[in-house]
Design a protein around this ligand. Structure first.
Ligand SMILES: C[S@@+](CC[C@H](N)C(=O)[O-])C[C@H]1O[C@@H](n2cnc3c(N)ncnc32)[C@H](O)[C@@H]1O
Length: 252
């Protein structure tokens, strides 16, 4: 582990508000209530802009052939699909970053990105005017039953208090596969925690592997493959050993 990667968890925990202006994530805590009532609101303009500043270089690098580990894992998940999809729905698309790589890998695919944050969707539309984006919730996807070849969760399930409902929506809308990109998984019980994400209080879940799989299976989704993503070990912050993965699920 490099000196920098040791310093980041220490700085982000000791100076959460200060570091939240520079780091994507800081101030991890299991004391979710300490953020106060109504703290976890939809991402604001300022949060959207901070995430955007962090993501534009990551996507430029990926398109230039130097993808970060999480982009590599999304690519591996797409490659693991048995056939090239012709339609994609990304839930929690944020500023539309994945649309840039997905449409580069699958130019023939029709893409729709949805996000609950109007600020994120405004940025997505500004950056990628040729793509379709909509403000909508993962709990009530704006798509008919079995209408998309692949539904992709873009690192969003980890932020959803009713994640089981989102998984059931993904199963309803797909006619083939679901990719859960950037799910944080542990062998310990599923745990909710809080942090600052791009300076805004955010809640997040780390999923017990068997429980997440059980919810997928209850919705008729079978795990086909998993692909390692970013190094995201919550042991450094919360004492919960975890990994970030992309899961490819198939309608049974
Ligand atoms: C960590 S960001 C990921 C953005 C983008 N997909 C990426 O990989 O960079 C999570 C996104 O999920 C969105 N989100 C959270 N809860 C949601 C929900 N219930 N329905 C739709 N989007 C949601 C947030 O607004 C945010 O843009």
């Amino acid at each position: 582990m490099s000196v920098l990667s040791r310093l980041v968890p220490i700085a982000s925990q000791r100076f959460p508000k200060l570091s939240s202006r520079v780091l994507a994530s800081s101030g991890y805590t299991l004391d979710v209530d300490s953020f106060g009532d109504g703290a976890f609101s939809v991402w604001s303009d300022a949060t959207a802009r901070r995430q955007d500043r962090a993501w534009q270089p990551i996507i430029a690098d990926a398109l230039a052939g130097n993808p970060r580990e999480d982009v590599v894992s999304l690519h591996a998940a797409v490659d693991a699909l048995p056939a090239r999809p012709s339609s994609l729905l990304e839930s929690g698309c944020g500023g539309g970053y994945n649309s840039a790589v997905l449409t580069a890998w699958l130019p023939e695919a029709d893409y729709l990105g949805i996000d609950i944050s109007a600020s994120m969707i405004a940025l997505a539309t500004e950056h990628y005017p040729a793509q379709n984006f909509e403000v909508a919730s993962a709990y009530d996807l704006p798509a008919a039953d079995s209408s998309r070849d692949v539904v992709i969760d873009g690192v969003a399930l980890i932020h959803m208090p009713d994640w089981q409902r989102a998984v059931s929506e993904y199963a309803r809308v797909t006619r083939g596969h679901v990719i859960l990109h950037g799910v944080t998984v542990t062998e310990l019980p599923t745990t909710r925690f809080a942090k600052y994400a791009y300076g805004q209080p955010a809640q997040e879940f780390v999923f017990n592997r068997a429980e997440l799989l059980g919810v997928a299976e209850k919705n008729g989704l079978r795990l086909m493959s998993t692909h390692p993503g970013l190094d995201y070990d919550l042991a450094d912050y919360l004492g919960i050993p975890s990994v970030s993965e992309a899961w490819v699920l198939s309608l049974a």
